[in-house]
Design a protein around this ligand. Structure first.
Ligand code: FAQ
Length: 332
């Protein structure tokens, strides 16, 4: 089974709900925000922890494919920009871990679940970044897909998640522009540079489409998550919007989307396009993508290498507290 099947109360009709559940659902339907100390169904809490936690993990694992290129960026300006972007991703992870903590889960618990493979992170970060054009493609396509998914999440029903998203989206749009800017330079460069840009698009196109999750018929959480406004759109709706937005951007670059079936459909007002290879997606989220072991290994190593530092922080805080207590007693 590829999903965690966080147990929810099911998607009940208003008549089937208890009075408490009904009042909760009515608040959601009115567009009210739910705050951490307020009553919420257990399934709502668990679904949020799953989604926000996985989102947080994606941000910090997502630092790895780009972090690898900071020292190899072609100019000092590109280095500074990439460094700022990668730092932003750490910040996004922190806002999201804080939002998850308000639901009663500790950051250590979330980390443990990432490290032991019981919580996921986005499939996209299990693909390698082989050259500088890939950094352009990540910013353009991966951040582009992230924004497409995250802009609606600013209206998500859980207050701390929604507020984190507002801030994150502002930064993500800078990230996407820096990626597109790299692609513009590469696509307008030498024939070799343009070929690198096309090759990066070829490799990142389908993995980017997979970021939106399985097709709606295979999405186990969408119905309940949308009823609770934890999710605002279905996976397929966002994928379609992403394709419609990205095709003209590729045309402007003079690059070709690697899909022979891509065609404007006047009737639906959007492009027809080929589905990604879903067996590859399920394989990647099961831990068998090209870089899963490397990415998780790097996170576990960072956690283990940081043990002495976390212990020192706790010891320092305890000493400072003891000193404060001693001087308070002495003053009395
Ligand atoms: N990768 O029933 P659904 C970023 C799992 S942006 C891995 O449709 P749901 C920024 C899903 O968890 C990327 N697993 O699930 C950045 C579930 O398994 P579970 C992160 C996936 O939750 C850019 C199962 O499949 N963004 O990092 C994926 O309703 C550049 C069933 O699927 C977010 O997390 C996937 N792509 O919809 C950073 C946004 N798709 O949990 C650095 C918030 C599905 O039961 C550099 N999350 N699965 O074991 C969401 O909007 C939703 O969680 C979806 C999935 C849309 C991702």
């Amino acid at each position: 089974m590829y999903a965690q099947l966080v147990k929810t109360e099911g998607t009940k009709s208003l008549e089937e709900m208890t009075a408490e559940e009904r009042a909760f659902q009515e608040r959601i339907d009115r567009g009210e925000k739910i705050e951490p100390k307020e009553w919420m169904p257990e399934g709502y809490r668990k679904t949020l922890i799953r989604q926000i936690g996985q989102h947080a993990h994606s941000e910090i694992v997502g630092q790895l494919p780009e972090g690898n290129w900071i020292t190899r960026a072609p100019t000092l300006e590109r280095k500074a920009i990439l460094l700022a972007k990668v730092q932003d991703e750490a910040g996004h992870g922190l806002y999201l871990y804080c939002a998850a903590e308000t639901l009663g889960v500790s950051r250590d618990e979330l980390m443990e679940k990432l490290h032991n493979g019981t919580m996921k992170y986005s499939s996209i970060f299990n693909y390698p970044t082989l050259n500088w054009a890939d950094i352009g493609a990540v910013g353009w396509l991966v951040d582009g897909a992230a924004i497409m998914n995250q802009v609606p999440l600013q209206r998500t029903s859980f207050g701390p998640y929604s507020r984190a998203m507002i801030r994150i989206c502002k930064e993500e749009s800078f990230h996407q522009r820096q990626g597109y800017d790299i692609m513009m330079k590469m696509a307008a460069g030498t024939p070799e540079q343009k070929a690198m840009a096309q090759d990066a698009l070829n490799r990142f196109w389908y993995p980017s489409l997979m970021m939106f999750g399985p097709s709606d018929k295979d999405s186990v959480h969408s119905t309940q998550s949308m009823a609770w406004k934890i999710k605002i759109n279905t996976n397929d709706e966002l994928r379609q919007k992403f394709v419609d937005q990205t095709v003209p951007q590729a045309e402007y670059l003079g690059l070709t989307i690697p899909d022979a079936n891509l065609k404007w459909n006047e009737e639906k007002g959007g492009y027809d396009f080929s589905e990604p290879d879903w067996s590859e997606f399920f394989d990647v989220i099961a831990g068998n993508g090209p870089c899963n072991k490397e990415r998780l290994g790097a996170r576990v190593k960072a956690w283990e290498d940081g043990t002495w530092f976390r212990e020192a922080l706790v010891a320092h805080a305890e000493k400072a507290q003891a000193r404060r207590m001693a001087s308070k007693v002495a003053a009395e």
